[in-house]
Design a protein around this ligand. Structure first.
Ligand code: 13P
Ligand code: SF4
Length: 323
């Protein structure tokens, strides 16, 4: 197929058709995170939050998994289903929060708190997971921390998610790491207050990576997957969405009668937006870029991920309202 750019619409349509063809040829499945570009969400065989995508990776029976998301998500898929070829269409698509800690720094922290269990948010490298007792996502962090026998818990790398969990699980002493999401921390309390004033009937739904002051203003706090469930079940017709802008596409598609607003135009994760349809075509054509974790690290990281999956079973999206 020749990609003549008659119109943007035609170009996108051509790329989508090419992807459908290549997917069959390669026996591939396309997994897409909820923050991806609208047109990339359109080609998803499976879309969801980090937990749902990890669960889907375990079950995937295609030969190839093309992961439209960021590196830690593709790494988890590769660790959980090691027989598959897992591809990340853009090799630079990393998560800056995941880069805020490494195995060496975690080992030093563990020495300081020898009685603490280590809970690691999945937004972390395989090396960091390998040094952790259990992983968690934003949809099961509370359950995971509650499941531990240890009173002390080192929670890495997101301090906002860690603080959110501490408020829900006061019986534990949570030791925080100074990590954060550069996208979510940009939401300001004043912006949320203004959005609430502009849309007085709207409910404010926030991701736990937002700052505590923002979370205090939320009617509901949950993962991206939890947001779809919440919006569907809510009697409200308007929502202010405190997470990455990519969420709005499917929220609007699934709830055409409801209205959605962002509190700020800055809610864009540059890493999530790197993946385009062109890169997905390239990935399927050339079978690049393979994400493979060395066996010894994968073995230990798998323990941490599988322990989380056992705690969670199939309760993705579970979350508690208010801070
Ligand atoms: P979810 O698991 O809620 O989709 O979050 C992933 C993420 O990267 C949030 O910034
Ligand atoms: Fe990482 Fe934040 Fe982007 Fe999520 S939104 S992938 S935490 S930088």
């Amino acid at each position: 197929m020749i990609y003549t750019r008659q119109t943007d619409e035609q170009y996108i349509q051509d790329l989508k058709e090419k992807i459908t063809e290549l997917k069959k040829e390669r026996n591939a499945v396309i997994m897409v995170h909820n923050y991806q570009r609208d047109e990339v969400q359109d080609i998803a065989d499976i879309s969801g939050d980090s937990l749902a995508l990890s669960q889907a990776a375990v079950r995937a029976d295609a030969k190839v998994i093309v992961f439209c998301g960021v590196r830690f998500m593709a790494e988890s898929a590769s660790i959980l289903n090691s027989g598959k070829l897992v591809l990340l269409p853009v090799k630079e698509a990393g998560c800056p929060m995941a880069d805020m800690i490494n195995a060496e720094k975690l080992i030093a922290m563990k020495k300081k708190y020898p009685n603490a269990a280590v809970v690691c948010y999945v937004n972390s490298s395989a090396e960091v997971k390998a040094e952790s007792d259990i992983s968690c996502t934003s949809s099961n962090a509370i359950e995971v921390v509650r499941s531990l026998e240890n009173k002390e818990v080192i929670f890495i790398p997101d301090k906002n998610l860690g603080r959110y969990v501490q408020a829900r699980v006061p019986e534990k002493k949570i030791i925080l790491w100074e990590g954060f999401c550069p996208t979510h921390i940009r939401v300001q309390e004043e912006e949320v207050i203004k959005a609430k004033k502009d849309h007085p009937n709207a409910e404010f739904v926030a991701h736990p990576e937002c700052n505590p002051g923002v979370l205090h203003l939320a009617d509901h706090i949950c993962s991206t997957g939890g947001m779809f469930k919440f919006v569907k079940s809510s009697t409200a017709n308007e929502f202010i969405i405190g997470t990455e802008s990519g969420m709005l596409y499917k929220l609007r598609k699934e709830n055409p009668q409801k209205k959605f607003y962002l509190p700020t135009e800055h809610l864009i994760c540059p890493s999530m937006k790197l993946t385009t349809l062109g890169w997905v075509v390239h990935s399927l054509e050339m079978l690049v870029y393979e994400v493979k974790v060395p066996d010894e690290i994968a073995k230990r990281a798998r323990k941490s991920l599988e322990r989380m999956l056992r705690v969670t079973e199939d309760k993705s999206g579970a979350a508690v309202s208010g801070y």
